[in-house]
Design a protein around this ligand. Structure first.
Ligand SMILES: [Mn+2]
Length: 245
């Protein structure tokens, strides 16, 4: 099986459709299939901050209904799930934009969307083991975590990354670069931390090129290990991009 792994979308529906077309997928009744049988995979964080979070999610729901979805959640997916379940969450960091779209729906559609999202999320794996040599996880994963039973430690790593509980003065978490010391066999494709260019090191690929911050939406083709991207239509916010050193 060959895969096209797509980075953090964050509501950038127009760029997503453009990228899917550029990758050669064809649409029929809202479902996207590749003539050569390739499959899409997503690193998560489909929603929040960008303009069309609900449309992105509806596309993912249809793919899930057609049993063609390879998707594992990011921290934004997890927070929306907790909100819809009625748990107390801070409505910030882009969740407010998704909720604004959702609250604009008629009440019955709101209820239906919430129930569909809860079902969507509960069916997702923590990370995707797509083949012997390919794993997709939102913020990455360490090799020693692969194959271990799910735990809070693994869930936290996969959703939020390799953080040490410390924060910069502006409130951003201090991010540790697990990929720099990764020496495992499977390729790990992930997102979560926006960078100006895909960050490729060892057998890892961070493909969050900050589409919602005016960068690009990027796909990593596997096993070819080539990159395909489309430019963002959002305003460029240079201070939102991380620099791995
Ligand atoms: Mn994220």
């Amino acid at each position: 099986m060959k895969f096209d792994i797509i980075g953090d979308i964050h509501g950038c529906y127009e760029e997503l459709l453009e990228l899917i077309a550029l990758l050669g997928y064809e649409e029929s009744q809202g479902i996207y299939r590749h003539p050569e049988g390739r499959q899409m995979s997503f690193v998560g964080d489909a929603m929040d901050r960008g303009p069309y979070s609900l449309e992105v999610l509806r596309l993912l729901f249809r793919m899930q209904d057609a049993e063609l979805l390879n998707y594992s959640p990011g921290n934004h997916c997890n927070k929306l799930y907790r909100f819809f379940k009625g748990n107390p969450v801070h409505v910030n960091n882009g969740l407010e934009t998704t909720l604004e779209e959702w609250r604009a729906l008629p009440k019955t559609e709101q209820r239906h969307f919430r129930a569909r999202y809860i079902e969507f999320y509960s069916r997702l794996p923590l990370y995707q083991k797509l083949s012997l040599d390919l794993v997709v996880a939102h913020a990455g994963i360490r090799e020693d975590m692969l194959g271990r039973p799910p735990s809070n430690g693994i869930a936290s790593f996969v959703l939020y990354g390799d953080t040490n509980g410390k924060f910069h003065a502006d409130g951003r978490p201090v991010r540790r670069d697990w990929a720099k010391s990764y020496n495992g066999f499977p390729w790990i494709v992930y997102g979560h931390t926006p960078t100006e260019e895909p960050y490729l090191i060892n057998r890892t690929a961070n493909i969050d090129t900050g589409c919602v911050f005016g960068g690009a939406l990027t796909a990593y083709r596997f096993p070819e290990k080539t990159l395909v991207s489309v430019p963002s239509r959002q305003p460029y916010q240079p201070d939102r991009f991380h620099r791995f050193t």
